[in-house]
Design a protein around this ligand. Structure first.
Ligand SMILES: [Zn+2]
Length: 486
């Protein structure tokens, strides 16, 4: 009897704690007046983005294929399309093809901000070229959309930023804080010749930035579970990137007299062990922060869950691990991507080679990940080493209590009044990682409204942006620049 009473009391205390935490789970959304910026000549702006698409500013892995004249043409087009910006802002070419503009503020004591977008685009896969409803570099405006490679990634932002600056200049706007705009030319192959050099150029002048805004997250529609409303995600951290090569060497010979395990067999077993031994799941800081913004906007059950992670973390992790997109928010992922073996069907391989691509959760260094992979493979015959040139550590996590975050939050909310705003972890890599040394506030947000079927347009076929959404791009940047420049 006494035991039973104690159990009831314990349950009552637990229920009280859970409810208390859920009730205290205050909304982090802010109320701001609607963004009423006017895009001066919206129709012309749409046509200019369409024209921008026609410059095939492609990034190829092979530097010999760099399309110099396309970039030169694009720069000349920008210069003649935005005359105010050309004359009022200082403009530098960095390493030939990246551009940086400086709009000097009236108060030199304030740290400048940087807004970025990249000029380069990924090539179109010839195998899928016939699936495009409009030619990928045609710059066609049809059916309420601007079509073509780069409209989302990332010429939409390059052009909208130019439109925003031009419009603000026309209104006589003077920023208090200095604004920089940087347009890299090789983001799609790692940004080492473009944004990395822009960061070096700023750093060499002793400049520390108040904040950086780049692409990375978007306004999601119907993507975040549990929300009918759009959710505008702001990336406050990004995962690291590491490719590992696994090599097994063996004696060759005729496949009619094989040993028990060939080099391919040994490599295959190693890769299978990696797939079967996932890294541990952790609710890292940016994801915790996302829950703090999303939780209060949800029903009672989810509020109780997200406000009591001390108790429900295992349940939340179990749920998130079910889908690749949420699983990737929880852990360092391993994806086997490449395999090579023998050159002929009846020849034993003398060398088998595989590549696994890892995305590192904030908090896990690439060295630590390599040690873990070696321990999981646990086979001295498999040589494991980092490969490729894109290795990057996970980024630091930018705070959400800063003025810099609040200004961005305000601009997003003002433009997308129907959306819930939340910080998040970016699963891919962006050019912001080159600025880690010169700013504490790195944000990744593109004002694109995307549904889940739109995600595959990135680097895929039928990349396009809605005309109405593109107007929101320009209005968003106008508002953000006003906020951030204050
Ligand atoms: Zn991009």
């Amino acid at each position: 009897m006494r035991k039973w009473t104690r159990a009831v009391m314990a349950a009552a205390v637990l229920a009280a704690i859970l409810s208390f935490n859920a009730a205290r789970f205050d909304s982090r959304q802010i109320d701001v007046p609607r963004n009423d910026e006017a895009v001066p000549d919206a129709e012309a702006a749409v046509q200019r983005l369409a024209q921008a698409v026609r410059f095939q500013t492609l990034s190829h892995q092979d530097p010999a294929k760099f399309p110099r004249s396309e970039f030169e043409g694009f720069h000349a087009f920008l210069a003649r399309s935005f005359p105010r910006m050309q004359s009022a802002l200082r403009r530098e070419r960095i390493n030939g093809y990246s551009l940086i503009y400086q709009w000097s503020g009236t108060d030199a004591s304030l740290k400048p901000i940087l807004v970025m977008a990249h000029q380069d685009v990924v090539p179109v896969d010839p195998a899928s070229a016939d699936k495009w409803l409009q030619p990928p570099f045609g710059g066609v405006v049809a059916g309420g959309f601007i079509w073509g490679r780069g409209t989302l990634d990332d010429k939409g932002a390059v052009m909208a930023l130019h439109e925003a600056v031009e419009a603000l200049l026309a209104q006589g706007f003077r920023p208090k804080r200095t604004l920089y705009f940087a347009f890299g030319h090789d983001e799609e192959i790692g940004g080492r010749q473009g944004s990395a050099k822009v960061a070096e150029w700023l750093s060499a002048q002793g400049i520390r930035l108040e904040s950086v805004l780049d692409e990375g997250q978007v306004v999601t529609e119907g993507i975040v579970p549990g929300f009918d409303k759009p959710v505008a995600l702001i990336g406050i951290a990004e995962k690291g990137y590491l490719s590992l090569e696994l090599v097994v060497e063996a004696e060759g010979g005729h496949s009619s007299m094989p040993p028990p395990h060939t080099a391919v067999g040994i490599l295959g077993a190693a890769i299978a062990r990696l797939e079967d031994s996932q890294f541990a799941a952790t609710i890292c800081d940016p994801v915790r922060s996302q829950f703090a913004f999303l939780g209060p906007e949800q029903g009672w059950l989810r509020r109780v869950l997200f406000s009591n992670l001390w108790l429900f973390a295992p349940l939340v992790k179990w749920q998130m691990a079910k889908a690749p997109s949420t699983n990737a928010m929880l852990r360092t992922t391993i994806a086997p991507t490449m395999l090579e073996g023998s050159v002929k069907e009846n020849v034993l391989p003398m060398r088998a080679r595989g590549v696994v691509n890892l995305r590192l959760l904030p908090g896990m260094s690439s060295d630590e990940a390599i040690r873990r992979v070696i321990a999981i493979v646990a086979d001295a015959r498999v040589r494991i080493a980092a490969t490729g040139s894109s290795r990057s550590e996970p980024s630091p996590v930018s705070g959400t209590d800063s003025d810099a975050f609040r200004k961005l939050h305000r601009a997003v909310k003002a433009t997308f009044q129907d959306a819930i705003v939340a910080p998040s972890l970016v699963l891919g890599a962006t050019d912001t990682r080159h600025f880690i040394a010169i700013s504490d506030n790195l944000f990744r947000f593109l004002p694109a409204r995307l549904r889940s079927e739109d995600l595959k347009r990135y680097h895929g076929v039928n990349e396009r942006i809605g005309i109405d959404n593109y107007r929101e791009f320009v209005r968003f940047y106008m508002r953000y620049l006003r906020e951030a420049a204050s």
